[in-house]
Design a protein around this ligand. Sequence first.
Ligand SMILES: [Zn+2]
Ligand SMILES: [Zn+2]
Length: 304
Amino acid sequence: MVTMEINASKRTKAYQVWPGKNVFFFHGRLVCGPDPRGLLLTSISILVSTWIFTIYIADDLQNTNSTVVITICSILTLMVIVNLILVTAIDPGIIPRSTEQQSSVEDVGSSSKKVTVNGVQLKLKYCRICRIFRPPRSCHCAVCDNCVENFDHHCPWIGQCIALRNYRFYLAFLITALVFFVYIFGFSCRRIGVRLSESGVGLFGMLRSFPETLALTLFSFSAIWFLGCLAIFHSYLTAINQTAYENFRNRYEGSPNPYDKGIISNIKEVLFAPLPPSRVDFRAEVMPRWDMEDHEMPPHWLSI
Ligand SMILES: [Zn+2]
Ligand SMILES: [Zn+2]
């Protein structure tokens, strides 16, 4: 009985031997990108902004109920953080590598294949790392070292691929973060205006007396520009049903986009269609004698 329990605890799970560069948490339940620095910086920026706003600005607003102002700020912070966690921690649409031990491009015979999507012929490229013909719209992310479905881009500020399964949360993150910084910027400007008119010390006097308010105003102004441009660009891409990767590479120049079904249908498809399940079960058991040095996929690493 004891031996069986020890063996069970030693069983290898797919996430423990995953050949991509992802980092897993909670025994493979959370699938993150390999570099957390951008995510840490983004999270700290949001939390420090909330802290400065709550301590220095919201408490010093005349003729305004500071409790209501702080409560709304806290709700916005929570919404931004929840969306950030969803974008970061769910499988973005990783495509499993080939389980065929010897499938090289020589075995396949050609490095490209053609498929027809809604009457438009598309070329499928062969990925030498994953040893698969990539489905249409997918791409191999060099940072995460995986082929990913509907690859949009790898976001360094979130540290994760933005693709089929987390795109809608990315857009929700952009919009909630934009509203959050507009809110902070509005009240920060108001505090600066009130203090300037009261004391008449000028901007340099303000810098000495209220450096945190000026710093937060400048930071939130920059964040509004950055997030605003991204939100507009991605809303446009959603309306025409293109990924940023396709847009930058002019994928549909000279040929129609077979995925474009009109603005309303595109928005419905990109944002509201049911999310497909993950193609990989990272918690599935894999063959115990798989040779990790070999970098070949174990035959039974996928869940059934
Ligand atoms: Zn690949
Ligand atoms: Zn990536």
